[in-house]
Design a protein around this ligand. Structure first.
Ligand code: FAD
Ligand code: EPU
Length: 341
């Protein structure tokens, strides 16, 4: 088996979108499942703790990593199957998510266009069932292959086995740390079913002068909206939304609405309401606040940022302060979306 080369003492600064400095004792890049297996079987490496990284766009390094970082670069995008209604597209876990979206948009395969410009890799997308602008990957997901780290066998997960929820999957719970996702298959539509219910999409399409709705026009609109409010990690370090939007009991929401009439919300079901964490954080006075090298983004209070030389433990402490102040003001607990390492 081909053993990929392993480097010692590697800086992870360019491998996480927060741009945080941390060192990995050992570092390697895999481009196939076989290469991954050769690392797992190797006598020198098999007992070492491992961290699997894609684009590093949903991690917060609070310290050095005393183990091996394995960068997933398993590539390949192929049309696996099609019938008169659908196209099944398979992609390696190490493909860029946005490149896959552009491939589908260019070929008029519908379903991923609202998920344009989300950073990171295909393999990490099912981890938290990535979502944006009214669509989640569960809506277009067919199945994935993952290597079981105990048996070294490949297992197939369909949507039910993934237990997708809002920014949730089985891989964040009972299967956490037990599998490496190696490739994912999506089912795209030959006939588009446009999702423009997010007001910002309609307004942006109008601004762009779009009269004939298309997959490409929606993708372009989503890209435009995202570029206008989310900081580009190449310029300001960040990991997108730091917290999940909290889901609270309707009774609690009704009581809060009595105090804060303008509080926005989205109904989840009869008894639960989702409240935008960005609004709560802004109301608690954090939006645009800068503390030396770190802070809260001025255009989106849900995004914590590293201006260049911030440290992961400073961001962690800021996140705790924000959680405490939102809890004190509204009695709501914010749960981080970002994975702390
Ligand atoms: P990484 O950060 O590398 O890894 C994330 C977690 O998954 C880690 O725990 C890692 O160990 C694990 N992991 C990675 N690859 C694998 C694998 N192949 N097998 C098993 N485990 C693995 N998310 C959204 O849902 N919606 C958005 O709109 C959105 N917008 C964003 C905007 C910005 C500017 C940024 C920086 C982030 C945004 N995110 C968003 C978050 C992020 O893009 C997603 O969570 C993305 O799927 C992370 O992919 P990644 O490859 O960078 O994962
Ligand atoms: N808001 C404020 N102040 C702010 C930010 C937001 O008041 O500073 C309020 C506004 O009322 C706004 C509402 O929050 O209407 C929602 O804001 P936005 O549309 O920006 O979306 P979000 O809820 O903050 C979520 C996802 C994003 C995703 C967008 C678009 C979560 C945790 N975040 O953000 O995903 O791109 O919707 O669908 O669900 C991510 O997960 O990393 C991420 C960026």
């Amino acid at each position: 088996m081909n053993l990929p080369s392993v480097a010692k003492g590697v800086s992870l600064k360019s491998y996480n979108t927060f741009g945080l400095e941390a060192t990995a004792d050992l570092f390697t890049t895999i481009s196939s499942t076989e290469e991954l297996k050769s690392i797992l079987h190797n006598a020198d490496y098999k007992h070492i703790e491992k961290l699997y990284l894609g684009g590093g766009s949903n991690v917060l390094f609070t310290k050095d990593f005393a183990g091996m970082v394995i960068l997933n670069r398993i590539k390949g995008i192929t049309v696996a199957n099609e019938d008169e209604n659908y196209v099944w597209v398979n992609a390696g876990a190490g493909e860029s998510w946005h490149e896959l979206v552009l491939f589908c948009v260019a070929n008029n395969y519908a379903g991923m266009e609202n998920l344009s410009l989300i950073p990171g890799t295909v393999g990490a997308a099912p981890m938290q069932n990535i979502g944006a602008y009214g669509v989640e990957i569960k809506d277009i997901f067919e199945s994935l292959e993952a290597l079981n780290l105990a048996t070294h066998e490949t297992e197939i997960f369909d949507a039910a086995a993934c237990k997708f929820g809002y920014r949730e999957s089985v891989f964040k719970h009972e299967a956490k740390g037990k599998y490496v996702i190696t490739n994912v298959t999506f089912r795209l539509n030959k006939t588009p079913n446009f999702h423009v219910e997010y007001g910002a999409i309609k307004d942006t399409l109008e601004e762009m002068g779009v009269t004939d709705l298309s997959i490409k026009a929606i993708s372009d609109a989503v890209i435009k909206i995202r570029q206008s409010k989310l900081p580009n990690p190449a310029e300001i370090g960040n990991a997108g939304s730091f917290f999940k939007n909290p889901e609270i009991p309707k009774t609690q929401f009704t009581a809060l609405k009595g105090l804060y009439a303008e509080m926005p919300s989205y109904p989840i079901n009869e008894s639960t309401v989702k409240v935008p964490a960005g609004w709560l954080i802004e109301q608690a006075g954090w939006k645009g606040k800068r503390f030396g090298e770190i802070g809260v983004h001025a255009k989106q209070a849900l995004v914590l940022v590293n201006y260049g030389n911030g440290k992961g433990d400073q961001i962690k402490a800021l996140a705790s302060d924000i959680q405490a102040s939102v809890n004190e003001k509204f009695g709501i607990n914010l749960t981080p979306e970002v994975n702390f390492i």
